[in-house]
Design a protein. Structure first.
Length: 1052
């Protein structure tokens, strides 16, 4: 479920905490909160080297809403993954060497890939080893990113340490660059041109991110010079290239988010590390059934003042003072006696010393030299007592580097010259999961120019497969092969053959699929996935001997695939080779202790050997790993079902249903799947029973997402065509994939059960988004509200479509006020009521609600504060127009505030403040306080906001200051901006992370409003009035255009 309804209640709650501890470190993990590391303590000095929260205080930051700061978060396949605030699977492992591991992970639900993190602590070692395994369990290629997100306590003396090779940093999307550590650029709107050291937290007044660019070392560090302690991360930079420093900043916005996220634990910053990714977004591809693994190491450091080089064993710092003094600091992660420290300048040995070093006992030394040092010729080395090199550091040459070109947004398809560039542009949009630009127009433009281009047809075929449009995908893939196999050519690339096999198999055309998969095996890149797919088909056909041979072929090319290994064990069990099957399963569980399929197979093997009663202990282990989470059981059942293993598929679902866990045993999809599996075994009567059971269960929080569920629900509808729930669920599943089909299913569901409000709600949104039929959207949402008036979100959504449909603001307000107590339960619904109060001039009531309600704002949000400013400015202008200048001044001054209850901090660039300064100046002028008036007019024009609404007020302020030429330019810029918006539709922000798509009508209305302001500033009243009226014709809810007409044209 969406986790976006936060409360202000503080209550005690118990969480299951899992600890690792040795003589040096103590680690705490919370499986219930995304499996995050909650705390990590260096026992030698009690330093928390990860940020330790003492409260669980969620804010709206995660993909599903609720998210907490602190500790270590695992992010795959997207940043701030959907389940970072939800329970994940975990397992405790003790190894023969005495080390202990906490395994956390899950099969994520969006793409059905799997992530697994092993958190290991060894005896006599002061580092935390992270073993990360990423697996694509699906037949489709998916793009992904992986980032370990580590929060640390910060303060004025905290410094982020990117390795010495880092000369440049970049922002999200690589759209801005700056030099590191000392910047001389404007970056993310902050002026660092005077030469600012970006590595210090205290130097950042606003929220910002820095990604290390082209870093060549294996470490990242942070160091608190006040506490003389810090943390180091080490990983192979060829696999784990991403290094990021993120902060809320030291300004008012940062302080606001600190209050939102914690009570007393203070500010934090994030040290993030990306695998196969060096930016956010920066996605790479996981091929079907591909597995990737890598390791990271984290450990605390102390007293050494920073880090210049680090590996898993040693962190080294070297500082040069006055070119004649060297300061050396060493931390180790285990005990080294009689180690040899050698410092050279060229071939000359400056110092050689035997040292003892251990995690609680760093080594520090300062060396004074007779002559100046050539820093670039220095070499610092530490060797073990046996002569093994522990670490080496040579300062890199100091060189000036130029900043790279920023990423450019893609041009419209028609403007791209070549078909290859169209393909690559579309592929990048697909790969990076762009929030607003689709790859389809680029692929389709390329195919318009060359209908048989193999790359474009294959890419489009894969997208269609992911949407369950198998026949359409087949057409595209055959067209790709027509080009590739022209003139009787065997293609070098087997991808189209492989996906053709996937498309044919999904249509039940197994013999044709077999042919396609076998042709794909001619290309090694696609052979492993093809052999596995062939083995699954042979299992469906009961040909175990052929399946085993094919699985061996697949494993020869992809031995890390636990999915393939477990299926091999299943086949061995089916043919009676139980010992061989168990050997494979035990090996899989050593690699992935959270593999449900392997755990279940272990139970089935035991059951075959000793009977079900004696095997129940193993079933208890399966239950413990799967955590009574219905989706885990469904995924396991689907794994069996893909191979035609219907008895095993049903067995795991029956066991869950018989467990008595009401929360999961009432989940409708369990019963639809059981009916489907029974249908596959020919038990039609029993299938019908389970389909009927599914129909009767509560539909709330039932949301299918697997492509396999399409066939399940359609099979159920063959038995019961009048099942409204199956139609409803099918609509939910198809809406993102096949929206037109989804609407048809919802329409049938609504006919079959008129009283089910959610289906009317879904139809309302579907008619608006898919059909742009606002009248039908309004009708459906009104019907949803008729049947269910206790859901505040319905009021929010209905008001959005009311606005789009031009429904009068007064009618809309009447509805919201009639149900105010319900509306006020959600911030977005209440904000609609406040917006309408402002539009209709009831500023007192709007201000009352704004001042009395605690709003929980999404990261990147802040619209509620704009309403706050509008309400006070407009009420102030109302007072002003009546000659009540003192209350007008008080309202204008209040508009400058950022009340805590709105959860919006003052931004570094407070652009609306310039507008407010103008009104304050105007009030002072009316009160005869000309000196203060001039002061605020000057403040109003400090930073020019040309081409925006605020630019109008700056232009008027400039006129008051007698700076007529500047004022004229501001008004001319407004006119040019408005015309520009009208002449060319505004494109979406390619780099935007937040925000909603604005309609073309609204954009054009805003363009006319800007034109009106420009003309008004130039004294062209008739032209201004005409533009304001056009704005209102296009958008009757443009209350600012209406306000300008009211205050400047009252006589009309």
């Amino acid at each position: 479920p969406f986790l976006d309804e936060l409360t202000d209640q503080r209550v005690d709650k118990s969480y299951r905490a899992v600890f690792l501890e040795n003589e040096y470190l103590k680690i705490c993990v919370l499986p219930e909160l995304g499996g995050k590391i909650f705390s990590a303590v260096d026992k030698s000095n009690n330093y928390e080297f990860f940020y330790h929260q003492h409260v669980i205080k969620p804010a709206l930051i995660g993909l599903l809403g609720a998210w907490i700061s602190g500790g270590v978060e695992w992010n795959f396949p997207h940043h701030h993954r959907a389940t970072s605030f939800l329970p994940v699977d975990y397992y405790l492992e003790e190894r023969p060497d005495g080390s202990k591991t906490i395994w956390v992970g899950e099969i994520e639900l969006r793409h059905r890939m799997k992530w697994l993190v092993g958190i290991t602590l060894y005896s006599h070692r002061a580092y935390l080893e992270l073993t990360i395994r990423l697996e694509n369990r699906t037949p489709f290629a998916h793009s992904f990113l992986y980032w370990t997100n580590v929060a640390v306590h910060t303060g004025p003396e905290y410094q982020v340490i990117f390795p010495p090779s880092t000369k440049i940093v970049t922002y999200h999307g690589k759209n801005q660059f700056a030099h590191w550590p000392v910047a001389h650029e404007v970056y993310k709107g902050v002026d660092y041109r005077r030469g600012v050291d970006l590595s210090w937290w205290k130097n950042h007044p606003a929220p910002t991110s820095f990604f290390a660019w082209d870093c060549q070392e294996d470490f990242l560090a942070g160091y608190d010079h006040g506490q003389e302690a810090g943390v180091v991360q080490v990983a192979n930079h060829h696999l784990v290239p991403g290094k990021k420093f993120w902060t809320w900043g030291t300004g008012e916005k940062g302080k606001m988010w600190e209050k939102i996220l914690t009570d007393n634990d203070g500010p934090y910053l994030e040290l993030m590390v990306g695998a196969f990714s060096d930016n956010q977004p920066d996605y790479s591809w996981l091929q079907p059934y591909e597995v990737r693994t890598f390791k990271q190491y984290w450990y605390p450091i102390k007293e050494i003042g920073g880090v210049k080089a680090a590996n898993r064993k040693i962190a080294l710092n070297l500082e040069i003072k006055d070119k004649k003094r060297l300061k050396i600091g060493l931390n180790s992660t285990c005990l080294y006696r009689q180690a040899q420290l050698i410092i050279r300048e060229g071939e000359k040995i400056l110092s050689q010393q035997q040292v003892d070093i251990s995690p609680p006992q760093p080594f520090l030394k300062e060396i004074s030299l007779a002559s100046e040092i050539n820093e670039e010729s220095l070499r610092v080395q530490l060797f073990s007592s046996s002569g093994k090199e522990l670490i080496t550091y040579c300062p890199p040459p100091k060189e000036k580097v130029s900043l790279p070109e920023p990423v450019k947004p893609p041009r419209p398809p028609a403007e791209i010259k070549t078909v290859e560039e169209l393909y690559l542009t579309g592929l990048r949009l697909e790969q990076f999961h762009h929030p607003s630009l689709e790859p389809y127009p680029y692929y389709e433009e390329g195919l318009r120019r060359d209908p048989y281009d193999s790359r474009l047809n294959t890419a489009l075929g894969l997208l269609l497969l992911k949407r369950g449009l198998y026949s359409e995908a087949e057409t595209r893939l055959r067209r790709a092969l027509e080009r590739l196999t022209a003139n009787y050519t065997s293609p070098r690339n087997g991808e189209p053959y492989y996906y053709l096999g996937v498309a044919l198999r999904a249509q039940g055309r197994y013999e044709e699929a077999i042919q396609a998969f076998y042709r794909a095996t001619w290309n090694q890149a696609w052979a492993a996935a093809s052999y596995l797919s062939l083995a699954e088909i042979r299992c469906l056909q009961g040909d175990w001997r052929s399946a085993l041979e094919l699985l061996n072929r697949s494993l020869a090319l992809n031995r890390l695939s636990t999915r393939t290994l477990v299926l091999k064990a299943v086949v061995l069990r089916r043919v009676g080779r139980l010992r061989a099957a168990e050997e494979i399963i035990q090996a899989v569980l050593k690699t992935d202790p959270l593999d449900f399929w392997a755990r279940n197979e272990l139970f089935l093997l035991e059951k075959d050997r000793v009977g079900e009663k004696k095997a129940l202990q193993n079933w208890t282990a399966v239950e413990a790993r799967m955590g009574n989470i219905g989706q885990n059981y469904l995924e396991l059942a689907v794994d069996y079902g893909r191979c035609g293993l219907w008895p095993e598929a049903m067995d795991c679902l029956w066991r869950l249903i018989n467990s008595g866990q009401k929360k999961v045993t009432t989940y409708p999809l369990l019963y639809y799947y059981l009916g489907y599996f029974l249908e596959k075994t020919g038990e039609k009567k029993r299938a019908a029973y389970y389909f009927e059971q599914a129909r009767q269960l509560s539909p709330y929080y039932c949301f299918p997402f697997r492509l396999e569920t399409i066939d399940v629900l359609r099979t159920a509808l063959e038995h019961q065509p009048n099942d409204p729930r199956a139609h409803y669920y099918l609509g939910n599943l198809l809406f993102h994939l096949q929206p037109e089909e989804a609407l048809k299913e919802w329409e049938i569901a609504a006919q079959l059960d008129e009283s089910f409000f959610i289906v009317h709600r879904n139809l309302g949104l579907g008619y608006a988004w898919v059909k742009n039929d606002i009248a039908k959207a309004i009708s459906s949402l009104e019907k949803a509200l008729f049947y269910e008036k206790s859901q505040p979100r319905l009021f929010y959504e209905l008001d959005l479509v009311y606005e789009a449909g031009g429904v009068s603001p007064q009618k809309r307000l009447n509805l919201l006020q009639a149900y105010h107590n319900i509306v006020a339960q959600r911030d977005d619904s209440l904000s609609r009521e406040i917006l309408l109060l402002v539009q209709l001039g009831d500023y007192d009531q709007a201000i009352k609600l704004l001042e009395s309600h605690h709003f929980h704002v999404w990261e990147g949000g802040g619209r509620i504060h704009d309403l706050f400013v509008d309400a006070y400015l407009l009420r102030g202008q109302k007072y002003f127009s009546r000659g009540d200048f003192e209350p007008a001044l008080r309202d204008f001054q209040r508009a400058l505030d950022y009340p805590e209850n709105l959860e919006v901090g003052r931004p570094y660039h407070d652009r609306r403040a310039f507008q407010i300064y103008y009104f304050i100046g105007q009030a002072y002028e009316a009160l005869g306080k000309n000196r203060l008036a001039q002061e605020f007019y000057q403040k109003a024009v400090q930073e020019k906001q040309s081409g925006s609404e605020i630019g109008y007020y700056q232009g008027v302020a400039l006129k008051r200051l007698g700076r007529m030429a500047e004022a004229k330019k501001m008004f001319d810029d407004l006119i040019a901006s408005g015309r520009g918006l009208l002449e060319k539709a505004v494109g979406l922000d390619f780099f935007a992370k937040f925000g909603e798509k604005q309609s073309e009508t609204k954009r054009r209305a805003q363009a006319h409003y800007l034109l009106g302001l420009g003309y008004l500033g130039k004294g062209k009243r008739n032209e201004a009035k005409a533009e304001f009226e056009k704005a209102l014709q296009l958008n009757p809810n443009h209350f600012k255009a209406k306000h300008q007409l009211l205050i400047h044209y009252q006589e009309d």
